[in-house]
Write a protein that binds this ligand. Structure first.
Ligand code: AN7
Length: 374
C-alpha cells in the first residue's frame, strides 16, 4: 500500500493506493514455479481473471457452467501467464532478445513483456493471417514483426532454428517449459476459486500448450494433497485444423478461428496424455458452430471472446445436443478477448447510416431497430 499526498485548493488530502491485489503470477505462485530472483520479475499484473457464471448457457447444456475469462489479462489473452515467467527467466539469464512464432496472441504478449523487460522481441507470423487487434498490439509495443509466406507451423520451425543457432535469443513459444509453468497457474486459481477442482475443464486446442499446462497444474494441486480429484479435460479443435482428432497433421489448416489455425501441434503428446489420464476427449467443431457460440456468449452472457475461445462452448453445445454433456461443474476457458478480432464481427454486422440529430429521428430509429430484431 502506498500513501501519497495531493495538494488541492490549499487542503491536503491523503491519497491511498493499493495494487488491487494483482501481484502477478510469479509472486503469487512462487512455490509452484521455477525460482526467479525478485529483481528479474517482469510482470504486468497478469492472472486473477474472473470466473463468471453463465446462467443461460448452463440452462442450454443442463449443468452448471462457469467461464474463466482469460481475455481479462493485461494483453487480453491467457498467454500473459506464461510470458511473465519466460521473460523473467530471460532477464535473470541476461538474454539479449526473444523470438516466437505466433498466430497472434503469443506475439502480442511477447511484445508487451519484452517491452517491459527492455529486451528486443522478434515475432514470426503467417503473412496476413493474424487478427487485426493482435497485429496492432505488436506494433504498439515496438516488437519486430516478420511476416512469412507460410503458416504457423513453418513459423515455429524457423523460430526454433533461429533460437538454437543464434544462441543468445530465447524462444518464448510454449515449447519453452517456462511458458507451461506460468500457464498452469490458471488451474491453481480455479481450484482456489471453486474450493475444489471443477469436474470438467473445457478449452480450445491449437498448439496444445495450454491443455498440457492446465493438466500439469491440476495434477500438482492433487499431488500437493489439496484435492483427491482432477477434472476431465475436454479439448476442442476447429474442424479445418484438427490434427489431434484425425490423427494426422494438416498441411493447410483453415478456420475462422485464426488463433488455432495450427496443423502440427508442438505439444501433441501433452494434449493426448492429458486426455488419456483424465478420461477426457478431444473433438472438433465447425466454424459455424464456433461463431454461433461466440454470438451466444456475447449476446446472452455479456462476455465477448474471440472466435477460438468460443470453440470450447461450441463443443459443449454439440455434446449437449447429442446427450453427451458431462454432469457436474464445468469450467470453460475463454482464452482471448473479442476485441482482438474486430473483423469477424464487422463481416456480419455494420453500423447503420447516421440520422439527423432530432428527437423524431431518434425515436424512429429506435422503433426501426426493435422491429428489425423481431
Ligand atoms: C485465443 O498465439 O498459438 O493450444 O501463437 O490465441 O496452447 O496453442 C495461440 C493459441 C486458444 C490455443 N485460444 O492454445 C499463438 C497461439 C487462443 C489462442 C489458443 C490460442 P494452445
Amino acid at each position: 500500500m502506498h500513501v501519497g499526498q495531493s495538494l488541492e485548493k490549499g487542503a491536503i488530502y491523503l491519497v491511498t493506493r493499493t495494487s488491487g491485489g494483482r501481484q502477478g503470477v510469479v509472486r503469487k505462485y512462487r512455490d509452484w514455479l521455477p525460482g526467479i530472483p525478485d529483481w528479474a520479475i517482469v510482470t504486468l499484473g497478469e492472472g486473477e481473471t474472473p470466473l463468471i457464471e453463465a446462467p443461460h448457457l448452463s440452462e442450454r447444456i443442463g449443468t452448471r457452467l462457469y467461464l474463466k475469462f482469460e481475455g481479462m489479462n493485461p494483453t487480453a489473452s491467457f498467454k500473459d501467464r506464461g510470458m511473465t515467467v519466460a521473460l523473467s527467466v530471460a532477464v535473470a539469464g541476461a538474454s539479449r532478445a526473444c523470438i516466437c512464432a505466433s498466430t497472434g496472441n503469443t506475439a502480442a504478449a511477447a511484445a508487451a513483456y519484452s517491452a517491459r523487460a527492455g529486451i528486443s522481441c522478434f515475432v514470426v507470423v503467417p503473412a496476413g493471417k493474424i487478427a487485426l487487434g493482435k497485429a496492432v498490439q505488436v506494433l504498439a509495443h515496438g516488437a519486430k514483426i516478420i511476416q512469412i509466406q507460410g503458416n504457423f507451423d513453418a513459423a515455429l520451425k524457423l523460430s526454433q532454428k533461429a533460437a538454437e543457432d543464434l544462441g543468445d535469443v530465447v524462444l518464448v513459444n510454449s515449447v519453452n517449459p517456462d511458458r507451461i509453468e506460468g500457464q498452469k497457474t490458471a488451474s491453481l486459481e480455479l481450484c482456489e476459486a471453486l474450493g475444489r477442482p471443477p469436474d470438467t475443464l473445457v478449452l480450445p486446442v491449437g498448439n496444445a500448450g495450454n491443455i498440457t499446462a492446465y493438466w500439469k497444474g491440476f495434477k500438482e494441486w492433487r499431488g500437493a494433497g489439496f484435492a483427491d480429484t482432477a477434472p476431465r479435460m475436454f479439448g476442442f479443435q476447429a474442424e479445418g485444423a484438427s490434427p489431434l482428432v484425425t490423427g494426422r497433421d494438416f498441411e493447410h489448416p483453415e478456420t475462422v478461428a485464426s488463433a488455432i489455425r495450427i496443423g502440427a501441434p508442438a505439444s501433441k503428446e501433452g494434449a493426448l496424455t492429458a486426455v488419456r489420464e483424465s478420461g477426457g476427449l478431444i473433438e472438433s467443431v465447425t466454424d459455424e458452430e464456433i461463431l454461433h457460440a461466440q454470438a451466444l456468449l456475447a449476446g446472452e452472457e455479456g462476455v465477448f471472446c474471440e472466435p477460438a475461445s468460443a470453440a470450447g462452448i461450441a463443443g459443449l453445445l454439440k455434446l449437449a445436443g447429442e446427450d453427451r454433456c458431462p454432469e457436474g461443474t464445468i469450467v470453460s476457458v475463454l482464452t482471448g478477448h473479442g476485441l482482438k478480432d474486430p473483423d469477424v464481427i464487422l463481416k456480419r454486422a455494420s453500423l447503420p447510416e447516421p440520422v439527423p440529430a432530432t428527437f423524431e429521428a431518434l425515436v424512429g430509429s429506435m422503433e426501426k431497430a426493435e422491429r428489425a430484431e423481431r
